[in-house]
Design a protein around this ligand. Structure first.
Ligand code: MSP
Length: 519
């Protein structure tokens, strides 16, 4: 059996338009989590990709001037935009899956056949509401006024024969699973939302087909060629088709038990209700964890293509750099909550946290080591400052505990406590005065500051890989920062003290975070 690995996934992005900040956010959270877990010695497989079938895409194909039947040609022009942005955002995924990949299509057909043979899929006439943009069916109970409860748009009336999956049979099993499985849905407020929905509503069986007379761009049902598969039923299966469910069971078994799906709150119901039920129905376990983040808003509204209020991440990166952008998204909002993106807020945070706090600490310290010790990290004879030492030794544990729960904002705040403490240490100790009267104490202060910056760089690597590498280099360190193991047992935490050994030759470079001056 292959060694077990942590398996991190993003949702598959619709390729009806170019990616925006909302999509970048999911991607950055996953990339950061994957990098951090690797630093902790875990083996990680990180998968992302694109959702390419369904009505949205068929419509976008025609709008882009392509003809009906040329959907694949159209999506082939959009996918590179996603790949290009992920590259610019420094996203290191292990596999990019497309729902038009052959192995994915075959997996969807296989699962449909299994369910059909088991008697879990049946045909019936559906009369009721349908939300075309969300591709969701709504009963009169949930949408008495003909408005979509999710996107608040007007619903269409539908009268159509379709295939349904017996979702309702699994309602109680799912409630039990959610209640009994620790951290299955994060954060807790989302778990409560799902439970309350399940406990107060009778689940409707899920419509899993679309007649070809209405939609032809999709995976044909293996048991009825007049229908294609509902796009969500198709897309959710990527999480198993991409890791060998059909063709490499060993690989699948090594990855599936530790599957973590990171998603936005708008797609929670699909992931926390339909997806686990699909898995239970084919005798597979639900994923280990569904981590749900909030939305990025502009002017009080969710950023989305249909609202026309999108901010292009490429423009922000071009102006301010990728790491500043990653940092802002990770630090500005507690995990699970909505955040507002505006250039003004971005610049404020950049100037405070990166230019003032971190940038100054790095520049001042390296300048002083250069000036007083010819750039060499000094030997220390005196006993060190206990406050600085214990803050440094305890930081990785505090940071890791929250970071593993995806709360990057809280975890980064822990780092900034040390950044502020170190800056205060400089003010309190006034090394420029010590230089005149007490070289031994000066050595100790410099050593303490360098150790603080060392551990800060290592812990920042997953969030700001390029800047952390540069900090590491300026500290004079050679081995790759990514391989610096930070999850050591509690008993070994003193290893973090001395992470940058005395005698190391520092190499102060250009300021990493120059202040942004508003015109
Ligand atoms: N294709 C489906 C997912 C299928 S997964 C099997 C989909 N695609 S999407 O492109 O519309 O959204 C992808 C992800 O981007 C979702 O997690 C969604 O929450 C996220 N975001 C889209 N707009 C967003 C914001 N404005 N803010 C934060 N994330 C949001 O849904």
């Amino acid at each position: 059996m292959e060694k077990r690995k942590t398996y991190i996934t993003t949702p598959l992005y619709y390729v009806n338009a170019k990616p925006h900040i909302g999509h970048s956010y999911t991607q950055i959270i996953c990339d950061t989590a994957a990098r951090f877990r690797k630093q902790c010695g875990e083996e990680v497989f990180f998968m992302t990709g694109t959702d390419e079938h369904g009505e949205k895409i068929e419509k976008a194909t025609l709008e882009a001037g392509f003809e009906k039947g040329q959907e694949k040609k159209f999506v082939d022009t959009i996918v590179p935009h996603f790949k290009e942005l992920w590259k610019k955002l420094d996203i290191k995924y292990d596999h990019f899956i497309r729902t038009t990949d052959m192995v994915h299509e075959e997996t969807v057909k296989r699962v449909l056949s299994i369910l059909y043979e088991k008697g879990k899929i049946y045909k019936k006439l559906y009369k009721g509401w349908f939300c075309t943009p969300c591709e969701m069916f709504w009963s009169h109970i949930h949408a008495p006024d003909g408005i979509c409860p999710d996107c608040k748009r007007k619903l269409d009336k539908l009268n159509e024969e379709n295939y349904f999956f017996k979702t309702s049979e699994y309602q109680n099993a799912l409630i039990k699973h959610i209640k009994e499985t620790n951290a299955f849905i994060l954060p807790d407020m989302r778990k409560n939302e799902v439970l309350s929905f399940l406990e107060n509503n009778e689940l409707q069986d899920l419509c899993i087909s679309r007649p070809k007379t209405r939609l032809s761009w999709g995976i044909e049902l293996p048991f009825d060629k007049n229908f294609v598969t509902y796009v969500w039923f198709d897309a959710l299966l990527n999480y198993i088709s991409g890791i060998g469910y059909l063709d490499d069971r060993k690989r699948f078994d090594s990855l599936w038990p530790d599957a973590i799906h990171v998603i936005g709150k708008d797609i929670l119901r699909h992931h926390a209700i339909y997806w686990p039920i699909m898995l239970l129905a084919i005798d597979e376990k639900p994923p280990k964890c569904i981590c749900t983040h909030g939305w990025w808003m502009t002017e009080g509204e969710k950023m989305s293509k249909s609202k026309g209020n999108i901010i292009d991440p490429l423009k922000i990166i071009a102006k301010y750099g990728v790491d500043a952008f990653r940092y802002y998204l990770l630090a500005a909002v507690p995990f699970g909550y909505d955040g507002t993106f505006s250039e003004k807020l971005f610049i404020e945070r950049y100037n405070n946290d990166l230019a003032n706090d971190l940038g100054n600490l790095l520049n001042r310290t390296l300048t002083m080591v250069e000036k007083y010790f010819d750039g060499i990290v000094p030997e220390v004879k005196l006993s060190c400052d206990e406050g600085m030492k214990s803050a440094i030794e305890n930081l990785p544990g505090k940071f890791g505990a929250t970071f593993m729960q995806f709360d990057s904002s809280f975890a980064l705040k822990e780092i900034w406590k040390l950044v502020k403490q170190a800056n205060k240490h400089i003010e309190d100790k006034a090394p420029w005065k010590l230089a005149k009267k007490n070289k031994e104490e000066l050595s100790a202060v410099m050593y303490e500051l360098i150790q603080a910056i060392g551990i800060i760089a290592v812990l920042l690597y997953s969030s700001m890989p390029d800047s952390a590498r540069k900090m590491w280099k300026q500290l004079g360190m050679k081995p790759d920062i990514a391989s610096k193991n930070i999850c050591t047992p509690e008993t070994e935490k003193e290893k973090f003290w001395g992470i940058i050994p005395s005698g190391t030759k520092t190499a102060k470079g250009k300021p990493l975070f120059p202040r942004i001056v508003l015109e």
